[in-house]
Design a protein around this ligand. Structure first.
Ligand code: TYD
Length: 131
């Protein structure tokens, strides 16, 4: 459900010479097996457009900002990510679209498993039928 997708504040060490955001094993509700990042995303691009059957993800706007639209088949929620110390947990079974990337934005993604195409639902009508 979209209510289970929540903003989680990332522990940090603040320093006048620059801050450190830290994610240690055990902090997130899943174990990270894959890290990837989106960059050079055109401002008119829409990323995502799929749901995952089992994958948990944690999205961090390490630079810049973007919108995440979440849909669980019943409810929809839009989240604006623009702070590098605030990430978004996306649980399995949620349709998501990422858009309105500010120039230079980087979206870092921690994922609970390796890439597996069979974990994707890429058709919205099929996604709705599965709910
Ligand atoms: P996709 O997850 O659909 O992109 P996004 O949700 O960011 O819009 O992935 C786009 C393409 O990249 C797709 O062909 C699969 C490939 N890909 C990998 O091979 N490994 C990965 O870890 C990811 C995230 C994508």
């Amino acid at each position: 459900r979209v209510e289970d997708c929540k903003i989680i504040e990332i522990p940090k060490v603040i320093n006048p010479e620059g801050n450190i955001g830290i994610l240690e094993n055990g902090f997130l509700p899943f174990e990270t097996k894959r890290v990837y990042y989106l960059y050079d995303v055109p401002s008119d691009a829409v990323r995502g457009g799929h749901a995952h059957k089992e994958l948990y993800q944690f999205l961090i706007p390490v630079s810049g900002s973007f919108d995440v639209m979440l849909h669980d088949g019943i409810q929809q929620k839009r989240v604006f990510l623009n702070k590098p110390d605030k990430g978004l947990l996306i649980v399995p079974g949620i349709w998501r679209e990422l858009e309105n990337f500010a120039s230079g934005s980087v979206c870092l993604v921690l994922a609970s498993n390796n890439y597996k195409e069979s974990d994707y639902i890429r058709d919205f009508d099929q996604f709705l039928k599965l709910q």
